[in-house]
Ligand binder design. Sequence first.
Ligand code: NI
Length: 137
Amino acid sequence: MSQVERIGVSLEKDLLATFDGLIARRGYPSRSEAIRDLIRQQISEERLSNPKATAVAAVFLVYNHHATKLMEELAGLQHSHLLQTISSMHIHLDEHDCLEVIVLRGPAGEIKKTAENLISLKGVKLSRINLLTTEAT
Ligand code: NI
């Protein structure tokens, strides 16, 4: 861990009160911890603008398991991106629907493209891509 420096931040009273409410709801032990998290989050977001930044993506897909062609295509896409696909998890949600979570790792631009290819497959009902950079701050 690098050396810690103290900084002073000036905030409007209302903004601070709203921020303190957020800190309490989320259970942060201190303002400092909450501010550190926000800063790291913003740095990670900013790094995503670099397509070569090292990143991971969790791709959430909900689909009907009777769509066998879709299941084949999902597997095919993962097999053709072996170096990016580091894990996947399948959950049977109910009689018909399944949730698949596929984790990708690699350059942000490349895994974003793979993730978009996965969620745009015909038969995917709901989807979300969570992408974040993993370079240490
Ligand atoms: Ni299933």
